[in-house]
Design a protein around this ligand. Structure first.
Ligand code: PLP
Length: 324
């Protein structure tokens, strides 16, 4: 394996400079009812209110801001189950670059339409039989485009780290910080920020119970690859952590825990009923794990929870959240 240079908190600070005025500084939501229910003080970082409806815009804009003139001329290629695609599409439009997005054929219609709406070209593939990374790299070579992967890239990780940086700046040191976990860009970036701003804060990543490759990787001390998990959390249907995200996570995370689809729906219902917020299943992973007790020993503590995204068809949302 070639040596890799891991991003640091200095890269998160640089990203924060690029993002200032171009990405939203999302609010931190509080609810007394939620605190009572959870038995701790919950600070929700509302990244479902970020541009494109997810934190992914942070990493995408940071990566595209770092393009040189040649890369800008060639354009950007991305593969994604949805939110990274929309994020790259909008960031490309904003930085004057063209974008091609490789998306699974069963990606939510809303996400495909939104990606095309930002002016990107969408190329479809079958996520259960085809390797998206191979498709992406051959297309990119053919067309002279730069691939920006959804999580395993230093500028993407640094960009994602700006969400936790803002949260900690706004509410001060937390005792516990919990984020959803797919490929690990969000968690790794959060670890960089917490390491610098709240060194005593415990950090947890939350995966769907159907796809606990991150937890297995942490236990075994190597990147474990699993089959594509079948879960409502389509933003965390990743099969493995990255070469960059794994070492940062292994070094800085307190633990990786899981939430079931049923727990995700319960958290979505609570967020809708109590805070009037529309959060997608993946976006509810972290809150679900706090409420279920999968994140241990939170009683009375100050707990940061990242609500990572809100992109879900309204009909689907009604079906999930309206269920008795
Ligand atoms: C991508 C995504 C995640 C997972 O982020 P990683 O950086 O891949 O770990 C979580 N929630 C939402 C809404 C996402 O779009």
């Amino acid at each position: 394996m070639p040596p890799v240079t891991l991003p640091t908190y200095a890269d998160v600070e640089q990203a924060a400079g690029f993002l200032e005025g171009r990405a939203h500084r999302t609010p931190v939501l509080r609810s007394r009812r939620l605190d009572e229910r959870a038995g701790c003080e919950i600070h929700l970082k509302a990244e479902h209110l970020q541009r494109v409806g997810a934190f992914k815009f942070r990493g995408a804009l940071n990566a595209l801001s770092a393009f040189d003139a040649d890369q800008r001329r060639g354009g950007v290629l991305a593969y994604s189950s949805g939110n990274h695609a929309q994020a790259i599409a909008l960031a490309a439009r904003e930085t004057g670059t063209r974008a091609v997005i490789v998306m699974p054929h069963d990606a939510p219609a809303l996400k495909v339409a939104a990606t095309q709406g930002y002016g990107a070209e969408v190329v479809r593939y079958d996520r259960y039989t085809q390797d998206r990374e191979e498709i992406a790299s051959s297309l990119a070579a053919e067309r002279g485009m730069t691939v920006i992967p959804p999580y395993d890239h230093p500028h993407v990780i640094a960009g994602q780290g700006t969400a936790a940086r803002e949260l900690l700046a706004d509410v001060g040191p937390l005792d516990v910080l919990v984020t959803p976990l797919g490929g690990g860009g969000l968690l790794a970036g959060s670890i960089l920020s917490a390491g610098a701003l709240a060194p005593h804060c415990r950090l947890y990543g939350v995966e769907p119970a159907a796809g606990d490759d991150g937890q297995q990787s942490l236990r075994q001390g190597r990147i474990v690859t699993i089959e594509t998990p079948r879960t409502l959390a389509d933003g965390a249907q990743t099969t493995h952590l990255g070469q960059l995200t794994f070492p940062i996570i292994a070094d800085g995370v307190t633990d990786i825990v899981t939430a079931t689809d049923e727990e995700l729906v319960g958290s979505m219902q609570l967020l809708a009923a109590t805070l009037k917020q529309v959060v997608e299943p993946t976006g509810a992973l972290a809150l679900a794990a706090v409420l279920s007790g999968a994140v241990p020993d939170t009683a009375g503590l100050r707990v940061g929870v990242v609500l990572s995204g809100g992109n879900i068809d309204l009909a689907r949302f009604a079906e999930l959240v309206g269920a008795p």
